[in-house]
Design a protein around this ligand. Structure first.
Ligand code: ITT
Length: 199
């Protein structure tokens, strides 16, 4: 069976293909570019789970195929969980990873190391054309560096140093990041659900 990956973020697509394939998912994974007529999803939810479900349902309805979606972001303790669901457009420019990261670092410039705790969060949703839905979540705790380091991954990876390590997410190999990441946890938990519902 075909399974639609309901995301336009190329960093996510790369990671999702690796995570789902490594987890033994037998389905053919198809990106949204194969369906150019699908409308952009308005992310009107107020939680990661709501937005992930909105994306998955939109693609499943439009294509008639099961769809999985990711909604994710960085939640900073001293900002009360912001940028959170607004992570992709924190600077006002959707998907401009550098502008988003630079703005966040400027906002945290005066915050000392002891208070720079944060986590990545990911909601992984599955929707079927008949309206059936499931959603699971994953988290990665860490602290925020004062300056970016590393070239791997995407988004805020160069400033999040996962707890228990000395490197940022952008300094990890793709396999190392996927093994501990919010996205890896969420989608590995979704795999048995996909198998149960799709066979
Ligand atoms: P789609 O809606 O098409 O999936 P998007 O980039 O708009 O793409 P989100 O609304 O879920 O997706 O925003 C995710 C943002 O959160 C992303 O742009 C990054 O800034 C940040 N983010 C999520 N996961 C991340 C990760 O693993 N590493 C670094 N930053 C991440």
């Amino acid at each position: 069976t075909r399974l639609i990956l309901a995301t336009r973020n190329t960093g996510k697509i790369t990671e999702l293909r690796a995570i789902l394939t490594d987890a033994g998912l037998p389905h053919e994974l198809v990106g949204t570019d194969a369906y150019p007529d699908v409308p952009d999803v308005r992310e009107t939810g107020v939680t990661f789970a709501e937005n992930a479900l909105l994306k998955a349902h939109t693609l499943a309805r439009a294509t008639g195929l099961p769809a999985v979606a990711d909604d994710s972001g960085l939640c900073v303790d001293v900002l009360g969980g912001a940028p959170g669901i607004f992570s992709a457009r924190w600077s006002g420019r959707h998907g401009d990873d550098k502008a988003n990261l630079d703005l966040l670092l400027a906002q945290l410039a005066d915050i000392a190391d002891a208070h720079r705790g944060a986590h990545f969060a990911c909601a992984a949703a599955l929707a079927l054309p008949d309206g059936t839905e499931r959603v699971v979540e994953g988290r990665l705790r860490g602290t925020l560096r004062h300056t970016p380091s590393g070239t791997g991954g995407f988004g805020y990876d160069p400033i999040l140093q996962p707890d228990g390590g000395t490197r940022t997410c952008a300094e990890l190999t793709p396999d190392q990041k996927n093994a501990i990441s919010h996205r890896g946890q969420a989608f590995r938990a979704l795999v048995p659900v996909v198998r149960e519902l799709l066979g």
